[in-house]
Design a protein around this ligand. Structure first.
Ligand code: MEV
Length: 299
């Protein structure tokens, strides 16, 4: 038997960084997926774009940790992905969840999705040192989700355009940026704490706008959220250039997504081609995608 599972990446509509301090956020699974094939074998093999290894915690840290978490069964794993790696779109969560899920089914281990999401979060923490459960939760269950309540909101009806700066994002960078914000917060609590609270308040307002499909207002709030992330020092010139290009091309709104410092921005739009073209002209790599209700699935 062979089992293939796929799990989605995600964007943040609101709330990255503030979510680290317990503020609410809204994340959204997108139709960019990582596929993992698992097949019983007589040894452990992991094959991906970057090479073929045995358990290898340097080259394949997430997949190796997922195999170990499930008792190190002899399995052949093959990974293919549409999610740019280490760019704030949850690529590591998607490969972790798809691997856990494919091995779970292939070996009949009987874990529930909730348990796989929890294991996925533990693996991200082991590999990265720190991680919020957002990425692994959204990759497991899909949809538009408020964090930490896990409330499922309406799916977005408009297109999602992602702009990749192709620069500088990685799990290590995430940890560095989270620390950088923590330092700023310690140095200037009176100024930074209200900014973090305000970022948290977007999720409540945004929830209403998502349910009313009021993308004009949702986009305006995304723009304000980007301004506040810039104030926290996590945007870059390249990210902001793509954000402005998307807005000028008629997007409802645009902001960086994930930890920042490079990586990706996201725009909502009903004219995705124009927005994608503007992003490419401004030096980014554009991807047109949609929100997806589907988390990890067997295919
Ligand atoms: C990174 O994708 C989002 C941050 O809020 C960190 C986290 O939530 O783990 C910056």
């Amino acid at each position: 038997m062979t089992t293939t599972c796929s799990a989605p990446g995600k964007i943040y509509l609101f709330g990255e960084h503030a979510v680290v301090y317990g503020e609410p956020a809204i994340a959204c699974a997108v139709e960019l997926r990582t596929r993992v094939i698992a097949k019983k074998s007589n040894e452990i093999t992991i094959s991906s774009d970057i090479g073929t290894t045995k358990l290898d915690f340097d080259m394949h840290p997430y997949v190796s940790s997922a195999i170990r978490k499930l008792g190190s069964p002899d399995v052949f794993i093959e990974i293919t992905s549409e999610i740019p790696v280490g760019s704030g779109l949850g690529s590591s969560a998607a490969v972790t969840i798809a691997t856990l899920s494919a091995i779970n089914i292939e070996f009949g281990l009987g874990y529930e999705k909730e348990e796989l999401a929890k294991m996925g979060h533990e693996i991200e923490k082991e590999v990265q040192g720190a991680a919020s459960p957002t990425d692994t939760f959204v990759s497991t269950f899909g949809g538009v989700v408020e964090i930490p309540s896990r409330k499922r909101l309406n799916l977005l009806d408009c297109d999602v355009v992602i702009g990749n700066t192709n620069k500088g994002a990685s799990p290590k960078k995430t940890a560095k940026l989270v620390q950088q914000v923590a330092r700023l917060k310690e140095e200037h609590p009176d100024i930074i704490n209200p900014i973090i609270k305000t970022i948290g308040s977007f999720a409540k307002q945004g929830e209403l706008m998502v349910s009313q499909k009021n993308y004009t207002s949702l986009g305006k709030l995304m723009n304000v959220n980007h301004g506040l992330l810039d104030a926290l020092g996590v945007s870059t010139m390249e990210l902001s250039a793509l954000v402005y290009a998307a807005r000028n091309a008629g997007a409802y709104g645009a902001k960086l997504t994930g930890a920042g410092g490079g990586g990706c921005m996201v725009a909502l739009s009903d004219s995705p081609r124009e927005v994608a073209e503007a992003i490419e002209k401004a030096g980014g790599r554009a991807i047109i995608t949609r929100a997806t209700p589907e988390g990890v699935i067997q295919i």
